[in-house]
Design a protein around this ligand. Structure first.
Ligand code: AR6
Length: 190
């Protein structure tokens, strides 16, 4: 299927998918949550995941925070996915965008890479990402899409085991921006 809001490409043995939609509906092993460092829940995709997944996810988040204090930006932890189809929710706090020169790029890249590494460790085959940091945290979508796609593509070129990586993009603008970035990357490779 390749309609206006769906794009699929193959990189080595992994499918990379861009899709417009609600991440809580995805049938994947891992759903990644754009969380905050206190794993307190909130609005945006975080709110949607906790609402759809039920209270078990927050119970586990609280236990983790009691142990570790806070989760640094760019790191990731796994919890149950509660009532969601997924086996795990991975929580990763993205950077709050300041001016683009305050280490945001490395931190955003780290969210994607740490999540993919943890997915491999868990033996997950399919993982879905939202567009981390581009809502409440204010990261410009075009810049964020370049970092997100570059991190994921480089990872799947050199690591094997994950069959499918999906970006689930909530609105038309975000979807179109990721699609344009991916199309430009593919052009550059030919
Ligand atoms: N499925 C997929 N994407 C979604 C969904 C959904 N159901 N709902 C929203 N988005 P944001 P951030 C998109 O603000 O910028 C929270 O309060 C949204 O349109 O969720 O990393 C946390 O607790 C946007 O494109 O995350 C943190 O405090 C993208 O997800 C803070 O917000 C990210 O927007 C994190 O901010």
């Amino acid at each position: 299927m390749n309609n206006n809001y769906f794009k699929e490409i193959h990189i080595k043995n992994t499918k990379l998918i861009l899709k417009k939609g609600d991440i809580t509906k995805e049938k994947v092993d891992v759903i990644v949550n754009a969380a905050n460092t206190g794993l307190r829940g909130g609005g945006g995709v975080d709110g949607a995941i906790h609402r759809a997944g039920g209270p078990k996810i927050m119970e586990e988040c609280r236990r983790i925070i009691t142990k570790i204090g806070h989760l640094p930006t760019g790191k990731v932890v796994a919890t149950t996915a509660g009532n969601l189809y997924a086996k795990w929710v991975f929580h990763t706090p993205g950077p709050i965008y300041k001016d683009g020169n305050s280490g945001e790029e490395k931190l955003l890249e780290s969210c994607y890479l740490e999540s993919l590494k943890l997915a491999l460790e868990k033996g997950a085959k399919t993982i879905a990402f939202p567009s981390i940091s581009t809502g409440v945290y204010g990261y410009p979508v075009k810049d964020a899409s370049k970092i997100a796609l570059k991190s994921v593509i480089n990872f799947i070129k050199t690591n094997h085991g994950i069959k499918e990586v999906r970006f689930i993009l909530f609105d038309e603008y975000t979807f179109n921006t990721y699609l344009k970035t991916l199309t430009d990357f593919l052009k550059d490779q030919t």
